[in-house]
Write a protein that binds this ligand. Structure first.
Ligand code: HEM
Ligand SMILES: [Fe+2]
Length: 767
């Protein structure tokens, strides 16, 4: 078999990488920061129980968790990182009380030598691991207990209604009385204490804390460990070596030039018969378009909270739609519409390639559509109830807000969505089967398409691996199984295969070349991508080996991305190759944009924050949304839009699109994204990086630093990019609507209905 070696390579990479991911995952379980039964003082007072800490984690989740500030650097960026902030406040309280006791002055006002002496004393106190595994207790001296009480009082005031802290609530976009029950507040403090305790307490027998000394904080001796520096250097070298090897491979296996003479003379899809189930996917795309517009509007609201913490131009919006909800919905609707577009494309393509419409397929497509709508509306509503503190902690876990970014929806909705994804697989699989059985050359591509689809559905199940009160270090491990293995693993495979496949279908790419390229790039993506998961876990309560593996393998992920220019160039050539292909200009341009943002957003902005020493200072700064937006929207959002445009075009291949509105939409969206990042988010992130290196992470995220005039101006500058971007999405919506009403087409309005074929013979298989 021609592709045997490639398939074997693929299998070897999968098995080897998951073995490593699994084995070191078990180490994360074994070495997670312990949750004690009790936290007591040396004089015997019980500060918190283990149950307080675990319930406190649930309280934090109920107010939005990672959607409001961050813990261990994971989460949202307007409010502080609670672990870094707590740690700094605790440290300052102790230093001040010692300075008062010895010199009668505040710590800032005493001489440098005494300061240094007190700092050393503080480091000994804070870094020492007093967890007793036998009795499962953490013991703290009385002075630290006093500090814990003091910080707890501050947080209680912040999350309830202390008028003295109004300015902070404004700066951090925290609504007054975010937490309504004092007991819940006490428990959340217990959780914040525990999470920051893990940041400074040294692992048994080692000189680094449970979080590998993250966050940077000189007062308590949190500085980069030597491993951090060494693996940073190593990861850069690995990247260079990888680029060299791949460039050699490309040179040695030069693709043949596009042979214009052999291209089809007219659009092969002109004769495409669409079946009832194919036509039924149309409504999915109406929903995609509507969700894009809503999602972007929610983004605008969320960004506005960065300049006016509780209101929208004076209107007290936070009472009804607080920051943590607008941000959650913004992120979650992004995932929903991207997924919906892909699911619909899969459902559309399947009967087209096999020429076979299974029984009740249309019913299935319609049923899935209904189920997806229920999930979208139900999960978003549940999150609102959770954050508004209308649910008990257990109900919140099941139906409300789980507080874990990108998988925020309640457990019930997670399960429902998983079932939906498998229903999708089933519907697609049964329609595609005849094409797989017909031993055509394209079955390799189809198989890979199916594998990536199965993986996308299955990896969502990793989100069920944590329970309501699972140790955060372990929950994070599984959360990144979903998020990372999706975006940097099987989504990349899906993107590559689906684009190659569409070009094959248009007769612009030979099946043989497409298959070889897809299999080869899949191996490359997954070789770095699977173990690369660990780059999210350098500092989340994991052992040092995680950092070493994460840094090395994730650097390899960047290799295919920096060379993606080859693909972009080929696609551009294709878009100009024949006359009829011009009709597909905007879907193809979207695919070129996918390649562009893969280079810039995923490759460059990803690597900007990826080496351990970079992420040590940058985790949780605005450099992450620089990457998040340009990669997630740039790559997969543009793919979603491209696929939608492709399907809409192919559903009505005879219609001629008017160019103006869609052209404006395409360029505004891409330029707007670039402006948003370059004018505002990136400069903010870089200035924050400086602050983080100089003073520590707590400062880079503090009100004192973020409310300076420069930062305020930079935040306002975001309006420019956001507006251009939002105008682009509105134009896209207008255009798609116009396909229906007729204002987007030159000749007849949108007509998806063609001669339906319910069944075709094998000879008629379209591919
Ligand atoms: C198209 C591919 C990619 C997508 C869609 C993507 C998306 C994301 C998203 C959504 C986040 C979370 C942002 C947040 O917490 O707000 C993230 C974090 C991160 N990504 Fe990527 N990413 C991609 C590729 C890469 C690559 C290739 C690298 C580098 C090798 C990378 C490195 C990172 C790192 C280090 C973080 C953690 C940042 C933090 O926690 O502060 N990503 N990515
Ligand atoms: Fe990642």
């Amino acid at each position: 078999m021609r592709y045997r070696k490639l398939w074997l390579g693929f299998a070897a990479v999968l098995i080897g990488s998951f073995a490593v991911l699994g084995y070191f995952g078990s180490e994360i379980y074994r070495q997670a920061p312990p949750i004690p039964d009790r936290v007591v003082t040396t004089s015997g007072r019980v500060l918190f129980t283990g149950e307080d800490i675990k319930d406190g984690q649930n309280v934090w989740q109920s107010i939005g968790g990672q959607e409001l500030g961050s813990i261990w650097g994971h989460g949202a960026y307007v409010a502080p990182d609670w672990t870094a902030d707590w740690l700094h406040k605790e440290a300052m309280f102790i230093l001040n009380s010692w300075a008062e006791a010895t010199k009668g002055k505040a710590y800032a006002d005493i001489d440098a030598e005494t300061q240094a002496m007190l700092q050393t004393r503080l480091q000994k106190l804070m870094r020492k691991n007093t967890y007793d595994a036998g009795g499962q207790t953490i013991t703290v001296p009385d002075v630290r207990a006093a500090a814990i009480d003091d910080v707890s009082r501050h947080y209680t005031g912040l999350f309830t209604n202390d008028p003295a802290l109004e300015a902070y609530r404004d700066a951090y976009a925290i609504p007054t009385n975010s937490i309504k029950d004092p007991e819940r507040m006490r428990k959340m403090n217990a959780f914040f204490f525990w999470a920051s305790w893990a940041c400074v307490t040294e692992r048994p027998g080692q000189a680094v804390s449970y979080t590998n000394n993250w966050p940077a904080e000189t007062l308590v001796g949190n500085r980069p460990s030597s491993d951090l520096i060494i693996w940073t250097g190593f990861s850069v070298i690995v990247l260079l070596a990888g680029i060299g090897l791949l460039a050699y491979y490309y040179a040695a296996n030069k693709e043949e030039e596009l042979d214009v003479a052999s291209l089809p003379k007219k659009d092969p899809l002109l004769g495409l018969a669409s079946t009832p189930s194919m036509r039924a996917t149309l409504k999915y795309f109406w929903v995609v378009t509507a969700l894009i517009v809503v999602q972007v509007m929610l983004g605008v609201v969320t960004a506005h909270y960065g300049v006016e913490g509780q209101a929208l131009y004076g209107f007290p919006l936070a009472e009804y739609l607080p920051y943590s909800i607008s941000r959650t919905w913004h992120v979650q609707i992004a995932i929903f519409w991207i997924a919906t577009s892909w699911l619909a494309t899969g459902l559309y393509i399947a009967p087209a390639v096999s020429g076979y419409e299974p029984k009740f397929q249309r019913l299935g497509v319609n049923f899935l559509f209904g189920a997806l709508l229920v999930i979208v509306v139900g999960s978003l509503a549940g999150q609102w109830y959770g954050v508004m503190q209308k649910l008990g902690l257990v109900e919140n876990f099941w139906f409300g807000h789980q507080g874990y970014e990108y998988v925020d929806l309640g457990r019930f909705w997670q399960i429902f969505l998983l079932v939906g994804l498998f229903l999708w697989l089933f519907l697609m699989g049964r329609a595609i089967m005849p094409a797989l059985r017909a031993k055509t050359e394209s079955r390799h591509l189809l198989t890979m398409f199916l594998i990536s689809s199965i993986a996308i559905a299955s990896f969502y199940a990793a989100g069920l691996m944590w329970g309501r009160q699972t140790n955060l270090a372990i929950a994070e491990y599984w959360r990144w199984w979903v998020v990372h293995l999706w975006v940097e693993g099987f989504f990349e495979v899906f993107a590559t295969v689906v684009i190659a496949f569409l070009f094959v279908r248009l007769g612009l790419l030979r099946t043989g070349i497409a298959t070889g390229t897809v299999l080869f790039s899949t191996i490359i993506f997954l070789f770095g991508g699977i173990i690369g998961t660990f780059h999210h876990l350098y500092f989340s309560g994991t052992p040092t080996s995680i950092m070493a593996l994460g840094a090395t393998f994730s650097a390899l992920e960047v290799v295919p991305l920096v060379l993606i220019g080859f693909e972009a160039y080929n696609n551009l050539q294709i878009s100009k190759s024949t006359e009829w292909i011009k009709a597909y200009k905007w879907p193809i341009y979207s695919f070129v944009a996918v390649a562009f943002w893969n280079l810039v957003g995923a490759g460059i902005f990803g690597f900007l924050i990826n080496p351990p020493i970079a992420l040590y200072y940058m985790q949780g700064l605005n450099t992450t949304p620089v990457h998040g937006h340009t990669a997630l929207f740039g790559v997969y959002g543009m793919l979603g839009i491209g696929l939608m445009l492709f399907v809409l075009k192919s559903m009505s291949a005879g219609t001629v699109w008017k160019d103006g509105v869609i052209k404006f939409a395409f360029w505004s969206i891409n330029i707007g994204l670039g402006l948003m990042v370059l004018l505002s988010v990136l400069p903010i992130g870089l200035i924050q990086t400086w602050a983080s290196v100089e003073y520590g992470l707590w400062y880079a995220r503090s009100m004192e630093f973020m409310q300076t005039d420069t930062m305020e101006i930079l935040r306002w500058l975001r309006v420019i990019g956001d507006t251009v971007f939002a105008a682009g999405t509105l134009a896209l919506g207008w255009f798609v609507l116009g396909l229906h009403t007729g204002w987007s087409v030159e000749n007849e309005p949108f007509q998806p209905v063609r001669d339906a074929v319910e069944k075709q013979t094998d000879e008629e298989v379209l591919l």
